[in-house]
Design a protein around this ligand. Sequence first.
Ligand SMILES: [Zn+2]
Length: 166
Amino acid sequence: MTSGKARVIISSIMSTLQLPKLIEPLKFCQKAGRGGQSTLSGTIDIGKNIKSHDTLLVQAELHFGQDQMGFNLITGRLQTCLSLRCERCLEQFDYPLDINLSLSPISSEKELDSLPDYVEPLMLQADGTVSIESWMTEEVHLALPMVPKHENTANCHLTLPTNKQQ
Ligand SMILES: [Zn+2]
């Protein structure tokens, strides 16, 4: 049942459902209607898109709906745990991600201007679909630190130079 390689931190929160490859976000939102919500949750492996990862399971819970004004809104949560290399001591460390999503599906760049500040655009393909894999990959890339390093220096194994060059 369980893969021996699965990370403990992730397996505890993972649902076993696999997310579909392609979805039609606008249809989901419209179907849910004003004040309504339809939910999609599950996991997807985006490891091949993320540097130094063979497998990277992402757990996502996505809510599609419309606010009272009929504005299409996708909210949700994305959780995963990356293995990054500390640029200070060069050792691997776990980097958990817990991202809150708030997006609106748009079909053209013209629609960008009408988005409120708290909402990010989710650009649909010409046929109205979005690849969950590309979307989740982008979210993870956006959340990656510019310079990965142990935040708690007590965990960092950097050996300070003991001899100063004279
Ligand atoms: Zn370190």
